[in-house]
Design a protein around this ligand. Structure first.
Ligand code: SF4
Ligand code: SF4
Length: 300
């Protein structure tokens, strides 16, 4: 079930369909066509869970499919950035390439962005377009900073005589792209099931904050990065997705709330606190938020 309500800037909720008919405030919080596009991006009209849904925590998907939840249109605009970029690419796919086709198997379905001769002479490149933060790109590239000694020493102060260090970037860290890798490897499997060979998987990640100082501090100074994704064994991927699909089906069938999302799925609580659209319906998310509010009161 997609989101049913919008949250207005004054905190009140409104049925999305009522908001699109008439705003309950003096003035709309954004242009009507933008709101319509946001509403459309929230409802893809798919009842069966998709690859991207199954990658999320089972409790989160279960709640999204069973409760009427509310979203602030300001918080979900990021989905429009992605679709806008997809549309731009989709209109320029003349030649030896396929785009935006939903493929399905017994477990789930997935829509790849681009496939074909999109990068070099290789006709078997699976490409995925992401619009994301400099933080996520820094993690995906495996970038990290190290202290490198300089030839200088401190001449005064508490550290007098100690060597001075400077920070330098390294690009050989662990690539934090497991979710993207699972998603794209599943698309690869779906393409291969159609007899289409996938020789390379590449993400084109566009940084949405690349002109800001924070991006620079994270070592991100380009608007677009190409990130290669390794093959993961079909056996592992299929078992993982089958497990997630079965857990969801069983929960939906029995009506029993699944266990809380794993630490990885809930981004070590960051998602529960700030990004999960159904946290108001999850006991764990509510508890975390209440604790955070209590802590803020103590501090202030
Ligand atoms: S346009 Fe914005 S402020 Fe107006 S009803 Fe819709 S969500 Fe609320
Ligand atoms: S609040 Fe956290 S644990 Fe609950 S559904 Fe959302 S991500 Fe999962």
């Amino acid at each position: 079930m997609p989101a049913k309500y919008f949250i207005c800037s004054d905190g009140r909720s409104i049925l999305i369909k009522d908001c699109l008919t008439s705003c309950q405030m003096k003035q709309r919080c954004m242009f009507l066509p933008t709101l319509r596009a946001v509403a459309k991006s929230l409802d893809r009209g798919l009842s069966e869970p998709t690859v991207t849904e199954l990658i999320a925590g089972t409790r989160e998907i279960y709640l999204k499919k069973t409760v009427d939840y509310a979203v602030n249109p300001q918080d979900v605009l990021y989905a429009l950035h992605g679709s806008a970029l997809h549309t731009i690419n989709e209109n320029h796919t003349e030649g030896n390439m396929l785009t935006e086709i939903r493929l399905k198997d017994d477990i789930t379905s997935g829509k790849f962005d681009l496939y074909g001769e999109i990068l070099d002479q290789d006709t078997g490149v699976l490409g995925d377009i992401k619009v994301t933060s400099s933080y996520k790109i820094m993690k995906a590239l495996g970038k990290y900073k190290v202290n490198v000694p300089t030839s200088e020493v401190y001449k005064t102060g508490l550290k007098k005589g100690e060597p001075k260090y400077k920070k330098e970037w390294r690009d050989d860290g662990v690539k934090g792209i497991i979710d993207w890798a699972i998603q794209l490897n599943y698309y690869r499997i779906l393409l291969e099931q159609q007899g289409l060979a996938v020789n390379k998987i590449v993400i084109q990640a566009m940084c949405r904050d690349n002109s800001l100082r924070i991006a620079n501090e994270r070592g991100i100074d380009q608007a677009i990065y190409l990130i290669s994704v390794n093959r993961i064994s079909n056996r592992w991927i299929i078992r993982y997705m089958q497990h997630k699909a079965t857990a969801l089906q069983q929960a939906l069938h029995s009506g029993n709330m699944p266990s809380i999302c794993t630490a990885k799925e809930r981004w070590h609580n960051r998602k529960c606190l700030d990004y999960c659209q159904v946290s108001e319906h999850c006991s764990y998310g509510k508890k975390l938020k209440n604790n955070a509010i209590k802590l803020l009161k103590v501090v202030s």
